[in-house]
Design a protein around this ligand. Structure first.
Ligand code: HEM
Length: 217
């Protein structure tokens, strides 16, 4: 007699995946959920845009102090759609901060930071710091005068933090002064460290959101 098999057939595997995607997308929402609740998803969308445009920029950007400025000009003036992609990345960064402010205001006004969603709030605060980190490190990358002096001031502010300030300043600048060591350091933080933190933070944040759902009005 043939024993019953527990191996899923290809058809049932497809059904499993479809059911999993459907249960992920068809989460029941409280009544009167509407436009105020879209800004978390707007942030996710903007982050995908930033990732894609950032990747395209990285294809032609040079993080060496000798050639960074020229490489940005090259992207802007010579590459196909370079100006558009750079503009999208720049404007995307600004829009992200605006969407973030609206999202934080929304969850604050709804009292969504209270138990049991306190870890959603904490994970959101970490995401907030990560996004600010992107803005701070990205600002230096064009390596023009505005970027240089903006970062000079920004790192000095970091250096004035009590206790760890002087160490933070030296670590960020790659020495006591802002110079050729600073740029590759900021670039590495911008394209390696912060994206890794962002992905972990988003995974944690969304896991919390899905575990406790959206706060009813
Ligand atoms: C930076 C990237 C962020 C992304 C991608 C993100 C994404 C999301 C998404 C998709 C939702 C569900 C839909 C919604 O309520 O809008 C959500 C909810 C939430 N987020 Fe964020 N968020 C981010 C930052 C933050 C920050 C900075 C905070 C607060 C400091 C925060 C706190 C919350 C809370 C408390 C909820 C639950 C809302 C509720 O229960 O009604 N998030 N987030």
């Amino acid at each position: 007699m043939a024993s019953p098999t527990t191996e899923p057939t290809p058809g049932s595997l497809r059904q499993h995946i479809r059911a999993a995607v459907r249960s992920f997308c068809d989460e029941p929402q409280p009544v009167r959920v509407g436009w105020p609740q879209v800004f978390g998803s707007v942030l996710l969308f903007l982050m995908v845009v930033q990732g894609l445009t950032g990747f395209l920029l990285a294809l032609s950007y040079s993080s060496s102090a000798d050639s960074a400025y020229e490489s940005v000009r090259y992207i802007q003036e010579r590459t196909v759609f370079g100006g558009l992609i750079r503009g999208m990345h720049r404007w995307g960064a600004n829009l992200l901060i605006v969407a973030l402010a609206i999202h934080i205001a929304r969850v604050f006004i709804w009292g969504a930071y209270k138990r049991p969603r306190q870890w959603t709030w904490v994970s959101g605060c970490l995401l907030f710091l990560t996004v600010l980190g992107f803005g701070f490190t990205g600002y230096l990358l064009p390596w023009d005068l505005k970027a240089y002096f903006g970062t000079e001031v920004g790192t000095r502010i970091a250096g004035s933090a009590p206790g760890l300030g002087p160490y933070l300043l030296t670590w960020l600048r790659g020495g006591p002064q802002l110079g050729p060591m600073t740029l590759p350091r900021f670039y590495a933080i911008h394209v390696l460290l912060l994206p890794a933190l962002l992905l972990l933070g988003i995974a944690w944040h969304l896991w919390q959101v899905r575990s406790y759902g959206i706060t009813p009005p």
